[in-house]
Ligand binder design. Structure first.
Ligand code: BDR
Ligand code: CA
Length: 316
């Protein structure tokens, strides 16, 4: 059975990614690394603990990763995130304080140890900035050759960014880290806006959770409805929210959900196009490009899986 680590800045779609990982069969969620972005790192870590408790997954440890980008003048919380994810990161919904604490080992060391223990059986899904993964590679340069699968949510190749015309939020948080990861020998799959924008959840689905009448069903319906309303404020034509982070988990467990294109990539660190993910012209003719870029998805099949895993979990 595959081992899974999530590295996320919980965050509403991050919370859905946790639920997907807990609800999916045939995978063992061995830990969560807290990142910064939608909220500051401590709050993200605490949100992860609360979500796990709500889902009855109290055996999954939560570690804190880096608190901000390696470059000093960067935000440790994205300014617009309060309006998208709520002041507390989970749509203003108050969940009970978790009964257990965060782990004291650093998230970066936990990742390195897990890679050395599980090797190719380990799947890592970062759905926040790439700061922790870049730090782990810097500390253990052989990590890219040892780990099994890395599927990250971030970037945009065929569509504009969502925080600037060039950049998607997670990559924009720490473009230097993302560039270090994508230009290393690591093989990864990019689940960027190209493919996440094709996977939408509406209030029709959250109503099904609400109708369960359970604590988890109601809490998730409240949290995700906040996200759906926030999306509607940005784009009135969109009657739902985008399933960014849970799609990355879905594809990590079942790559046949997407069509893709392999490319050697770089991430721009120039002022204007900071955080842009684009093909690397200097490596365009190199064989075996190392990034598999998700382009389209079987969104109907994914939504079915998503609803089955989460609804079954919320029933309990
Ligand atoms: C990404 O940014 C965050 O707000 C979401 O959680 C997601 O990981 C989408 O650009
Ligand atoms: Ca996220």
């Amino acid at each position: 059975i595959k081992k899974l680590i999530l590295d996320l800045d919980t965050g509403i779609d991050d919370a859905m990614a946790i639920a997907y990982a807990v609800g999916a069969p045939d995978v063992d969620l061995i830990g969560i690394i807290g990142s910064y972005g939608n909220v500051v790192v401590e709050e993200g870590g605490k949100n992860s603990l609360k979500i796990l408790e709500l889902l009855g997954a109290t055996d999954v440890p939560v570690y804190l990763g880096e608190s901000h980008a390696s470059h000093a003048d960067h935000f440790d919380r994205l300014p617009i995130s309060a309006s998208i994810h709520g002041e507390n990161g989970i749509g203003g919904v108050t969940l009970p304080e978790a009964k257990r604490p965060l782990e004291t080992t650093s998230g970066v060391d936990f990742l390195i140890d897990a890679v050395n223990q599980y090797g190719k059986d380990l799947i890592l899904v970062p759905t926040g900035p790439m700061t922790n993964l870049a730090a782990a590679i810097e500390k253990d340069p052989e990590l890219p050759n040892k780990i099994g699968n890395v599927t990250f949510m971030g970037g945009a190749l065929t569509v504009p960014g969502n925080v600037t015309p060039y950049a998607e939020a997670n990559i924009h948080q720490d473009a230097e880290a993302a560039n270090a990861v994508l230009t290393s020998s690591l093989r990864s799959t990019m689940i960027g806006l190209d493919v996440t924008l094709r996977n939408i959840l509406t209030k029709k689905e959250t109503q099904q959770w609400r109708d369960l009448g359970t604590k988890a069903g109601t809490a998730f319906a409240d949290i995700v409805d906040y996200y759906i309303d926030a999306y509607a404020d940005f784009d009135a034509t969109l009657h739902g929210c985008v399933l960014h982070d849970p799609l990355a988990v879905g594809v990590a467990l079942d790559p046949s959900l997407i069509t893709s294109f392999d490319l050697n990539m770089i991430v721009s660190t120039d002022a204007e196009s900071y955080g842009r993910t684009i093909g690397d012209t200097t490596r365009i003719n190199e064989p075996n490009p190392n990034v598999t870029v998700g382009l389209t998805s079987d969104s109907a099949r994914y939504l079915k899986l998503f609803m089955t895993y989460l609804t079954d979990l919320f029933k309990q």
